[in-house]
Design a protein around this ligand. Structure first.
Ligand SMILES: *[C@@H]1O[C@H](CO)[C@@H](O)[C@H](O)[C@H]1NC(C)=O
Ligand SMILES: *[C@@H]1O[C@H](CO)[C@@H](O)[C@H](O)[C@H]1NC(C)=O
Length: 424
């Protein structure tokens, strides 16, 4: 027993020592003490946050892997509740927050908290803003690694200037490449040079300022494949493009026959009707219905099709069963021309529903494990609220409208758009 314990202690000390070597603990003095050219990947955490703890082993792995790859990226972490100055400097609002610092610009990571996702982000930010593909081999290599690839083609020009400044803002989301015309396959036809081209979905599209408007908005809209597997992080990010997302919701694992049919039906429609819908819509399938159940605030039975409007948390469900491609297209057209009834949204009533729903979801486990505590958690704020209302009504005369009916509550406010917080 004793020996076991000693080994454990020794192991923990060793683990701690090796982890400490890769991951530095940063405090408020960091901004003054770091070198000017240093590139940092930093995790901000709070001691009580479970998601932060779950990230610890991943963070250590990333630290050791970046080190062994000879990456120039330094890796650190900081307790945001203790080092509030540093957390404020990085505008940390939620935990864990993952950020990079390069040349005094801060980049916010918002993807899935996996080793692969974070390493890819770190390597993307650490490298050049625009990566030059100087040979046919490099071009093919990049093509094989990226589902969506933006390439600037041509010599230096004002368009290149615009492209580079867009890269500075959107590098958190995607890679930016440049190449000369002779590096691209012969089959790619470009009417003029310079040009900005996106390669995706087995084809390519050329940017036209006249048709597509602002370059940054175009790149932001086009940075996802037309059809893909979508997780909750991707779905949220797709919201920023302003496009709707048509999802086939299927089981998390072991897809039933019906789910497979939904998936392939959607994939066909995405490919064959790309021209008609790609301006307004992305297509994809999502494994598991938890996230969407939260969005619609109810049980969702898989498989199903659903169109989600991330700009206002609205959604559309097919009015009948979808058997054929024709049914699915009717549904899409109905959504776009307004004849299919939308649900959800971010109006006042919806927000109240969301508050109730979120409270219920948060409290349900408390109730089942500790009913008394649950009652207290619910009863306490209710009592305070009731006392408060009582005092308000007592203090003020009853508000009466023109025909003499007392107004108990102010009329519900109009629809307000929730502004998604963006950090720079
Ligand atoms: C660069 O961007 C500016 C404003 O964003 C735009 O007016 C201009 O036409 C763009 N130039 C090129 C060559 O795309
Ligand atoms: C999606 O939401 C935006 C923002 O509220 C709205 O302007 C747009 O019309 C909605 N799209 C559909 C198809 O409802």
């Amino acid at each position: 027993m004793m020996a076991d314990r000693r080994t454990t202690v020794l192991l923990s000390v060793l683990l701690f020592a090796s982890a400490a070597a890769f991951v530095e603990e940063l405090d408020d003095s960091f901004m003054e003490t770091k070198g000017d050219d240093e590139i940092w990947l930093i995790k901000f955490y709070a001691p009580w946050c479970t998601f932060c703890k779950q990230l610890d082993p991943v963070w250590h792995q990333i630290g050791s892997e970046l080190r062994s790859l000879g990456s120039p990226v330094h890796i650190g972490k900081s307790d945001a509740t203790a080092n509030t100055g540093l957390a404020k400097e990085f505008r940390v609002r939620t935990y864990p927050a993952i950020l990079m610092l390069k040349k005094n610009i801060k980049y916010n990571y918002s993807g899935a908290r996996t080793k692969e996702g974070i390493m890819d982000f770190a390597n993307r930010i650490a490298g050049p803003l625009v990566r030059s593909l100087s040979s046919v081999q490099l071009f093919h290599h990049a093509m094989s690694r990226h589902d969506v690839m933006f390439v600037y083609v041509g010599a230096t020009s004002p368009l290149k200037g615009n492209y580079t400044s867009v890269a500075e803002q959107l590098i958190v989301h995607t890679y930016f490449f440049s190449a000369s015309r002779d590096v691209l396959p012969k089959a790619v036809s470009l009417s003029t040079l310079p040009a900005v081209v996106v390669f995706k979905d087995g084809t390519y599209f050329t940017y036209s300022e006249e048709r597509d408007g602002d370059l940054k908005l175009w790149i932001n809209r086009e940075r996802f494949p037309n059809f893909s597997q979508i997780d909750s992080y991707t779905l949220y990010a797709m919201g920023e493009t302003g496009k709707l997302v048509l999802l086939a919701l299927v089981e998390e694992k072991h897809l039933c026959e019906e789910s497979l049919r939904y998936k392939s039906l959607l994939e066909n429609v995405a490919a064959e009707h790309r021209e008609s819908y790609s301006r307004d819509m992305y297509f994809g399938f999502m494994a598991g219905s938890d996230y969407i159940s939260g969005l619609v605030m109810g049980e969702i039975i898989v498989p199903t099709f659903i169109v989600v409007n991330l700009s206002n948390d609205g959604y559309f469900l097919p009015p009948g069963t979808v058997q054929t491609e024709h049914n699915l297209l009717d549904f899409l057209d109905g959504v776009l021309n307004g004849s299919v009834q939308g649900h959800g949204g971010n109006g006042a009533l919806q927000r109240v529903r969301r508050l109730v729903y979120d409270t219920r979801v948060t409290l349900a486990p408390v109730f089942s494990q500790a009913p008394l505590l649950g009652c207290f958690l619910v009863a306490f704020p209710l009592t305070i609220g009731a006392c408060f209302c009582y005092l308000c009504f007592k203090a003020r005369p009853t508000v009466v409208d023109e025909d003499g009916t007392p107004l108990l509550a102010p009329p519900l406010g109009g629809h307000k758009k929730t502004s998604k917080k963006k950090s720079d």
